[in-house]
Design a protein around this ligand. Structure first.
Ligand code: SF4
Length: 313
């Protein structure tokens, strides 16, 4: 389904997270009005997904939420709405309002469920509260819950991220849950930049981040999560705003390559392996990064490791 993204950068966020600058990430600095959203949504003839990203949608006054939702609902029949918001602004009252409109997916920017990490990032809630809010959506009037997680945050490590995923898996059960995984980047002008410059925060490198996110992808796909995105969308303003951190336009591809390597090694630690031809570029792309990881982890000679993969399909 075609998407109509509507960016509301840092709109009504209850507090400033230390790493965040949505203007740098999205390249948008203004908010479109509900009327502008209505004009764009009603231009289309095919159903579309109207997506409100970049801010805390449900922290806006109820009346303004209603105006945006009603504008999005003017899209052709069969369209739906996706929104991202802050965990603290999910209540039964809010879910009841959203249920009056074709809102299908509600993504919560939880970042982490680790209290120490949340505190250092000034997120303003605990892991327990974030889980309660996701649970409220999952058990509410039919919306698909989503969690936006981050890697490389201050005080966070891979174990912390894997614990987050296990908690989400327990909450999800056999139900649906969507997932996005973003790396933490040091952006100019953010409080995190200060920590980085004073050496109180050292971001992980690209390889480490790709492996970190790759482990999460592997776990999430084995446990029935719907992985919507890994890595940030590359934009000109992001390129200009990054001071440090694992900034790589194909970080998501590298993470998926690492997840594939893990899956091959789980099947057989030393090969031979059978893999789908359509996934070949995952191992062969970006200077054969995936193949090199396969060689590194299997301990096999580089040529031998490549020869042991048979491509099918
Ligand atoms: S990370 Fe999310 S909640 Fe925090 S300031 Fe940015 S947009 Fe707002």
């Amino acid at each position: 389904m075609k998407r109509l993204p509507v960016f509301l950068p840092m709109r009504n966020c209850p507090n400033r997270c230390i790493y965040c600058d949505q203007v740098a990430i999205t390249g948008y600095s203004d908010y479109p009005s509900p009327e502008e959203v209505r004009v764009e949504a009603s231009k289309n003839v095919e159903p579309l997904e109207v997506c409100f990203f970049g801010g805390s949608f449900t922290c806006q006054p109820m009346d303004l939420q209603r105006q945006y939702l009603s504008a999005a609902a003017s899209a052709p029949a069969g369209s739906c709405i996706r929104l991202s918001t802050h965990p603290l602004c999910i209540t039964s009252e809010v879910l009841s309002l959203l249920s009056e409109y074709p809102v299908r997916s509600i993504e919560l920017g939880v970042s982490s469920l680790d209290d120490g990490v949340l505190k250092r990032c000034n997120r303003g809630y605990s892991g327990r509260v974030a889980l309660e809010k996701i649970s409220l959506i999952a058990n509410g009037p039919g919306n698909i819950p989503g969690a936006q997680l981050m890697t490389g945050l201050p005080g966070q490590d891979e174990n912390s991220s894997m614990k987050d995923l296990m908690l989400l898996r327990d909450l999800k059960g056999n139900g649906k849950m969507e997932l996005r995984i973003y790396p933490c980047l040091v952006l100019r002008g953010t409080p995190l930049e200060g920590l980085f410059l004073s050496k109180q925060y050292i971001p992980p490198g690209v390889d480490e981040s790709a492996r970190w996110a790759g482990r999460m992808v592997r776990y999430a796909s084995r446990n029935g999560f719907d992985i919507l995105r890994v890595g940030l969308q590359e934009t000109h303003s992001l390129m200009q705003g990054v001071v440090a951190g694992p900034h790589h336009p194909a970080l998501g591809e590298l993470a998926r390559a690492f997840a594939m390597v893990l899956s091959l090694l789980e099947e057989n630690p030393t090969g031979p392996w059978i893999a789908d031809q359509r996934q070949r570029s995952l191992l062969a792309g970006h200077g054969c990064w995936g193949f090199r990881e396969l060689e590194r982890l299997s301990g096999l000679d580089p040529k031998r490791a490549r020869d042991l993969v048979t491509w099918t399909g």
